[in-house]
Design a protein around this ligand. Sequence first.
Ligand SMILES: Nc1ncnc2c1ncn2[C@@H]1O[C@H](COP(=O)(O)OP(=O)(O)OP(=O)(O)O)[C@@H](O)[C@H]1O
Ligand SMILES: [Mg+2]
Length: 139
Amino acid sequence: MVGTYLCNSEDETRQLAEKFAASLIPGTVVLLCGNLGAGKTFFVRSVCSYFNIPEISSPSFSIINSYSGKYDITHIDFYRINDIEELFPIGFYDYLNDISIKFIEWADMFPEIFATNYFMINFISKEDDSREITIKYYE
Ligand SMILES: Nc1ncnc2c1ncn2[C@@H]1O[C@H](COP(=O)(O)OP(=O)(O)OP(=O)(O)O)[C@@H](O)[C@H]1O
Ligand SMILES: [Mg+2]
């Protein structure tokens, strides 16, 4: 599932997300990086819908959202976190070590948290509705 994909429409991004979802196992950590509006939440929404979790909302303000479907999903957004110290009191590390599949937007704000065993997905928005999406795995 690692590689670089050009998704020319929302539909193509949804299909890529569904294919990625099908390869996931409980506990997996997925970091999502890329500019505002690049498609990180859209991708997670598509994964959740594949797991029968309908219409999730963005965690930009709530910071951590958790869901139960075929698998448990934890959806986190670091964008509004100013200091890494804020993560402990909101229970971030409890989620990090549980069996849920974790999706973390803006994870590159605190790269020191993640050492091994995670996917990193980079989103680059091209003109109009096209997105270049690169999936890497770090062992
Ligand atoms: N090919 C595409 N893939 C993904 N999203 C697309 C595509 N074309 C258009 N879009 C639109 O781009 C927007 C992406 O917004 P989204 O909230 O997913 O971005 P984000 O990366 O999570 O931004 P933020 O950093 O603010 O959280 C959505 O409105 C989506 O419908
Ligand atoms: Mg988002």
